[in-house]
Each structure stands twice: as C-alpha cells, then as structure tokens.
Design a protein around this ligand. Structure first.
Ligand SMILES: O=C(O)C[C@H]1C=CC(=O)O1
Length: 96
C-alpha cells in the first residue's frame, strides 16, 4: 500500500548540540536503510520549511506505524498520513 507522509520537524531549541547531531545521524541512517529496502520510496524537502513529503510503500497500516514510530526524530515530529491509490486517469503502467 502507498502512503503520503508529511513530517514536520520541531527539534527543541534547547536540545544539546551533541544529542541533536546524534539523532540526525541516526535518522539519516534509518531513512536511507528503508529507502534501500524500497519501503521509503520518495523523500522531498518542502521548500522553506523543516519538513518533508515522503511516499512509503508498505504492507499495511501496522507496518507504516511501526516504521514511523521507530524514526529517531519521531518525538520531535508532527506527522500526517494520507493513504494513496492509483488514479483511474493515470497513464503510467507503474506508480514511479
Ligand atoms: O530532515 C527531515 O525531513 C527529517 C528526516 C527524514 C529523513 C531524514 O533523514 O530526516
């Protein structure tokens, strides 16, 4: 199943610099591992915001929840999820 996920990142200003550096490094590794697995299909920065729009391709709601709640930045994010399906007017054979 495909999902659009909007992640709005709100890291507290008073988070110590070393913790911030570590959590961002863990987040990057976690994200890139899921991208290599094909589960995190797209990630786009929203211009002018510390936010991204991502597309996930996972089995079901439970898998998406497991992935999102495991994000190292999860405690510092507002997340909005929208389930997606193919549009009947789409001309591509796949959903790339
Ligand atoms: O920077 C972000 O948008 C938040 C987060 C999502 C993946 C990643 O590496 O960082």
């Amino acid at each position: 199943m495909l999902y659009q996920v909007v992640m709005d990142v709100k890291i507290p200003r008073d988070l110590p610099e070393d913790e911030r550096t570590q959590v961002l490094a863990r987040e990057k590794a976690y994200s890139q591992d899921l991208q290599r697995q094909g589960k995190w299909r797209h990630i786009w920065r929203v211009a002018g915001q510390y936010a991204n729009i991502s597309i996930f391709d996972v089995q079901d709601n439970a898998e998406l929840h497991q992935i999102l709640s495991g994000l190292p930045l999860f405690p510092f994010m507002e997340i909005k999820v929208t389930p997606l399906l193919r549009h009947p007017s789409a001309i591509r054979d796949d959903d790339s």
